[in-house]
Design a protein around this ligand. Sequence first.
Ligand code: ADP
Length: 492
Amino acid sequence: MTGKILQGLKKFLSLRSLQARFFIIMLVAGIVPSIVMRYGILASYEERSVQNRISNVQNQLMIVGNHLISNNYFNTKPEGYNGGVSREVIDAELGMISDLYEGRVMIINSSLKVVKDTYGISQGKTIISEEVIKCFRGENVSNYDKEHGYIEMTTPIIDTSANSSVIVGVMLTSISSDAITATLTVLDRKASILGNLMLVGTMAMAIILSFLLTRPFNRVTDAINEVNAGYSNERISVPDYAETVHIVDAFNQLLERMRALDTSRQEFVENVSHELKTPMAAIKVLADSLLTQQDAPAELYREFLVDIASEIDRENRIITDLLALVKMEKKARELNIVSLNVNDLVELILKRLRPLARKKDVEVVFESMRPVMAEVDEVKMSLIMTNLVENAIKYNKEHGWVRVELDADYQYFTFKVSDSGLGIPADSLAHIYERFYRVDKSHSREIGGTGLGLAITKSAVLMHRGAINVTSVEGEGSSFTVKIPLICSTAG
Ligand code: ADP
């Protein structure tokens, strides 16, 4: 149990686990927007506050600026008096603005001389600053220096008494931004507390969700493990997600294939045992009957021994065919490809089988449409051709015929064996390639069939990526056609 937890933890930390990935994705999806929002809101609050402050101060300075013009401030001596409003009143207005915004206002005339400084430091001095010159040119400037905590701005003093507006002076103001910074600090602290709470909440949610979302996959693993351990043999079902349904479907199909394979293997073993036992049983009966008969004549011994020898031959044939079949399946991927003259091979096989045909007086003819060269496995090709021609002779009538045809196109060659034999009943056609299947068991036994010939043939054809087809009419004859690629690759 602890090992399982440790293994799970290791998988989680190596990020190979789906749960870890879910967790991280959800955490990132939950936290990143809140961080972006936090800094975005704070930055926009700061920008808006600075803008507000600038426009408030600018408005008030404009009013003061108008007073300056209407009172001809630039042309009066500090103690002068003009048109009812004394210079002190304007100075007091400026002083009030500076106090209110914790700042400093300097009034600069067109010869860049400071005519008023609320700090009283630079009065009478000439100021050459880029901002002031820009302002005289009609360009309003405002700077926010966050590091040092102040906002600097220029305000033009415009004389509109003449026909056109003329900038006769500039107010250079710097005000403190400490209030904004203080509010920002408070807001930042609150946002940070909220952010941390959200982080904890998101983490908890990410853990719970990643656990819940991956649970169906754990259920799939558990179900497969149960089948694997042999506790269950049922089809498994985890319908939570489309993905789990796909995985489970694929697993169920695999399970069914394995079961089918298992059944077919069992059947095969049963068939093999049965087939091998039949000649043994016959031998046993023959031997027993000789043993029970006292003073049996020598001819009877001889007769029975001939039968025993033929049963042993049969047993031998079955074992040889079985070995050929097993070898073929074991070496399914191994084809010994050689460049082969197919016409020569057919001639050779027919020569070997002619004595068998002669025994039944079956005429064998070979029609070759063209010389065929192919890259195939010679031994397996020879097995295919021998089995088909041998069957055509074996399951023929006396004085019948067998026709072997060979043809090719640019991709395939076709080898066709037709006979005038017994034919195969329609309902047996689908089974003739099965191992140990025989249409007429007793007849097949009589003529030495094992029921494995066509299984071996089909397996060899498929190994060459070819195809085998049969047409047959019961009582009239059959025709087997094999189509093989001229060039067989060993790959796959
Ligand atoms: P066997 O060793 O018994 O011949 P095969 O696998 O070669 O086994 O053939 C399976 C069965 O198909 C045979 O028992 C036979 O009944 C039938 N069969 C095969 N070839 C022919 C044919 N040319 N004509 C009639 N029946 C055939």
